[in-house]
Design a protein around this ligand. Structure first.
Ligand code: 5RP
Length: 222
């Protein structure tokens, strides 16, 4: 199976999960990226069952609306039973690196509201130790040089993502060369740097369920 076929398989599995676990009339949280896009396409045929969705990015909002799915402002929603999103890396504890698509802050906010975070990923995303994928950090523009110097002290190599402005008007610094043995500790430590909006470690709020696409089929890991 190609990587896209694996992504499609997990996206369909996530739509099935939502159909089984989210009550009719509820609002679904929707992530960002190519795997999340397949999920949006798989969710579309079920749209009459749900009130609508909360989007974790402008790109996701546009794709949901193109399918005729109503998108709610998060401030008007107090309950999201299921949030479905991809990841750049995920470990056995369901900690993740996210933000390859620069949507990490909104993703983290929607995930914080959601009861259940379902991560959908092809098998290449499952790793023993995270850090091979550069860790994205969203920063306030005026703080980017200071934050980069502070991030370098943690042992990685910070690189400003060229040409990238987030939906929140901020910049992304990707930190290369980290070996992340304490995801929760590092998530907290980076978030303490003044000028950081948030970083792409999802360890304080990890996934609850991983739907992993493999050549033997979709595996459910909890
Ligand atoms: C976007 C993300 C994505 O979930 C992550 O980058 C995975 O993307 P893809 O499904 O395209 O591999 O965190 O900010």
């Amino acid at each position: 199976m190609t990587q896209d076929e694996l992504k499609q398989a997990v996206a369909q599995a996530a739509a099935d999960y939502v159909a089984e676990h989210a009550a009719a009339g509820s609002i679904i949280g929707v992530g960002t990226g190519s795997t999340a896009n397949f999920f949006i396409d798989a969710l579309a045929p079920l749209k009459s069952k749900y009130k609508g969705a909360v989007a974790s990015s402008e790109a996701t909002r546009q794709r949901l609306e193109a399918h005729g799915i109503t998108v709610f402002d998060l401030n008007d929603v107090d309950n999201i039973p299921v949030y479905v999103d991809g990841a750049d890396e995920i470990d056995a504890g369901l900690n993740m690196i996210k933000g390859g698509g620069a949507a990490l802050t909104r993703e983290k906010i929607v995930a914080a509201v959601a009861t259940t975070f379902v991560c959908i990923a092809d098998g290449s995303k499952l790793v023993d130790t995270m850090g091979k994928f550069p860790l994205p950090v969203e920063v306030i523009p005026m703080a980017s040089a200071y934050v980069a110097r502070e991030l370098a002290k943690l042992g990685g190599t910070p690189v400003l993502r060229a040409g990238c402005v987030t939906d929140n008007g901020n910049l992304i610094i990707d930190v290369k060369g980290l070996s992340i043995t304490d995801p929760k500790g590092l998530e907290a430590q980076i978030n303490q740097i003044t000028g950081v909006v948030t970083n792409g470690l999802f360890a304080m709020r990890p996934a609850n369920v991983l739907l992993l696409g493999t050549s033997e089929g979709v595996k459910t890991i909890v």
